[in-house]
Ligand binder design. Sequence first.
Ligand code: SAH
Length: 363
Amino acid sequence: MVDVILEAPRRGKPPTHLLDLPREQRKEAVLAIGQPGFRADQVARHLLVHHDIDAEHWTDIPRNVGQQLTLLLPELLSPVKSIDCDAGTTVKTVWRLHDSALVESVLMRYPQRVTVCISSQAGCGMNCPFCATGQAGLTRNLSPAEIVLQVIAAARSLDRGEVAGGPGRVSNIVFMGMGEPLANYSNVMRALRTLTQAPPDGMGISARGVTVSTVGLVPQMRQLAQEGIPVTLAVSLHCPDDELRDSLVPVNNRWKVREVLDAAWEYAAASGRRISIEYALIKDINDQQWRAHALADLLVGNLVHVNLIPLNPTPGSKWTASEKSDERAFAQTLRDRGVAVTVRDTRGREIDGACGQLAAATS
Ligand code: SAH
């Protein structure tokens, strides 16, 4: 069995930031530095509503007070570089964290929506052999503020009209960057609350526009169902049978396909949200017709949608994407069996910003 790392190392924990805290505690933190509590909401609005992290711009707060308040706003994310493709509508940013760890986020603009793909960990401990992030192992969990600030940065560049297509706003967030979000459960929950609650608690992004993607950590999937935050849950299944999944998604050695799907259906029942099944099609590995039928057997009749992802080969990978004809046949079989399916558009391939390519190389 290939080892997976379920618990992140504790080293490298970033300094506490106001956005690590829920609203009541933000107030306490502001009081603790000798400022009146109402400043907490003012600062939160600057960050969460106006996406403005620069105290110099805050006209409703005296400059010396603003400077004091920045004690609670350590710079957690510094941009290393941003690269774009798809005529400027896909932008990948590499961030350096306070301890030099690197993470990436990707902004994707579509005609009717803007999606930000964010990281929840520096690296990943899940060890999926086809994923670039998995190859480098896990460095550490991101803090709630480190997660939320990726979204704020994207929102800020949209506000300023820096993304092709003019000013806009973030409508969707996917936890499909680096890391396994459910292995960083409490920080991801704190971040989800901040992203989805109305201002000044949070950014006011609809939970319906947020997708949390998991390899299938069953206890945490069950816990998520109890949180009352109706995000979409995506399950990286990639395979209907345990024999192959044990090697494609090594955590399958701990929680089998059946258990993962049972937890997914519990989530669908609790949230009323359709489960998204991620399936990266790998040539001659998991793209056979019999597997399409086996997948349909598992899914049919449930509140579910399959997202087929053409594999993005990682450097040195022995695997490639399925032939287009096999991809079409796989999708058609699912459709014929009554399972909703789409083939994911693979934005950002040429900037290593597509699924599974985020490896934080800064060459
Ligand atoms: N750890 C979480 C979220 C991050 S990955 C998870 O595994 O769900 C987001 C999605 O990209 C997952 O479905 C993952 O399996 C998929 N992915 C990873 N590497 C890929 C690759 N090389 N090609 C296509 N999809 C890939």
